[in-house]
Design a protein. Structure first.
Length: 88
């Protein structure tokens, strides 16, 4: 006797679509604040969404690009300020 229904293929695609959207949003927010944390999370979520075959490939690629941009912005601020992390 099963207490829950078995996962279908549609659930996996919906999860991947959610990861693609989440990576885009986290990458976008990461450009403004907490880029050291949100950038890598956006990259991982976008990569997993693409690997699982999301229907929102464009959104996943945008999340991937924004995650990389987060890290580039962090490195640029670190180079300008000559510190390990940027501060206000």
């Amino acid at each position: 006797m099963q207490l829950t229904a078995p996962a279908s293929g549609r659930t996996a695609v919906r999860d991947a679509d959610g990861m693609a959207v989440a990576s885009f949003i986290l990458g976008l927010i990461g450009l403004i604040a907490l880029n050291i944390f949100l950038g890598p999370i956006a990259i991982v979520l976008a990569s997993v969404a693409l690997w699982r075959g999301t229907a929102r490939r464009g959104r996943a690629f945008l999340g991937l690009g924004l995650g990389v941009a987060d890290l580039v912005v962090l490195v640029a601020f670190m180079q300008m300020d000559n510190t390990v992390s940027w501060s206000f």
